[in-house]
Design a protein around this ligand. Structure first.
Ligand code: GRF
Length: 222
């Protein structure tokens, strides 16, 4: 399975996916990294790791559809089987999302469906939750709403700031994303009729997301 990773910034999740896929027993290869921002730090990290990189600057396009078409062309050209968003800060057109449905995933730094969109950690602190975490999900046209593949939970401490909570969740993301991509690449996890299912389970046991057990609970570093 060939993986293309889409980034807009630092690329720490991208780096973890590249590292995981570098292991001889990992069932997929990262073949392409694409950024919509020329200044994304992750581009340099990917280049150093020997991965083909491409910048498709969204500012060079006069519509969302035109940008998505260029992105689609590049993904087709590199033969991507799976597209992993890793801090890719773009809203997609419905057509693009629909075309890649079941072959495009994202990691989001909350336990979806709670706290979609931006300022996720601020939302969590303002809501007063005592547990937050991260979610790997298939991408659907609606933002942060696709079928859930895997989640990891972390505690929220009374002393947390947005930064300390973000750091704790990011550590969980770095474990969860490669684990979830491995499950997809082995065929253990699939999207069937809009629902996440695991291989070798009878239809009667298929439940969206809930039967995927990958819930490491991370201890706070205190
Ligand atoms: C991560 O928190 C990810 O969940 C969110 O954006 C952040 C990207 O961080 N979508 P990085 O670029 O992978 O370091």
């Amino acid at each position: 399975m060939k993986i293309a990773i889409l980034i807009s910034g630092r690329g720490s999740n991208m780096e973890r996916l590249i590292a995981a896929a570098g292991a001889s027993d990992f069932p997929a290869t990262v073949t392409q990294v694409i950024s919509n921002r020329p200044d994304a730090a992750g581009i340099g990290v990917a280049r150093k790791a020997g991965i083909d990189t491409e910048v498709i600057d969204h500012k060079a396009f006069d519509s969302r559809a035109a940008f998505d078409a260029a992105l689609d062309d590049k993904l087709e050209a590199c033969g991507a089987d799976l597209v992993c968003h890793a801090g890719f800060m773009r809203i997609l057109t419905d057509d693009f999302a629909a075309k890649w449905e079941g072959r495009m995933v994202n990691i989001h730094p909350s336990l979806l469906p709670a706290f979609k969109g931006i300022h996720v950690h601020r939302q969590a602190l303002e809501a007063g939750v005592t547990v937050s975490g991260c979610t790997v999900h298939y991408i659907s046209p609606a933002l942060d709403s696709g079928p859930i593949i895997a989640q990891a939970a972390v505690p929220v401490l009374p002393t947390d700031t947005e930064d300390t909570l973000a750091d704790r969740i990011l550590a969980a993301e770095h474990v969860l994303y490669p684990a979830a991509v491995r499950m997809i690449a082995t065929g253990e996890v699939n999207l069937v009729n809009g629902r996440v299912v695991r291989a070798n389970r009878p239809e009667s046991e298929h439940k969206e997301g809930a039967d995927i057990t990958c819930p490491p609970l991370f201890s706070p570093e205190v």
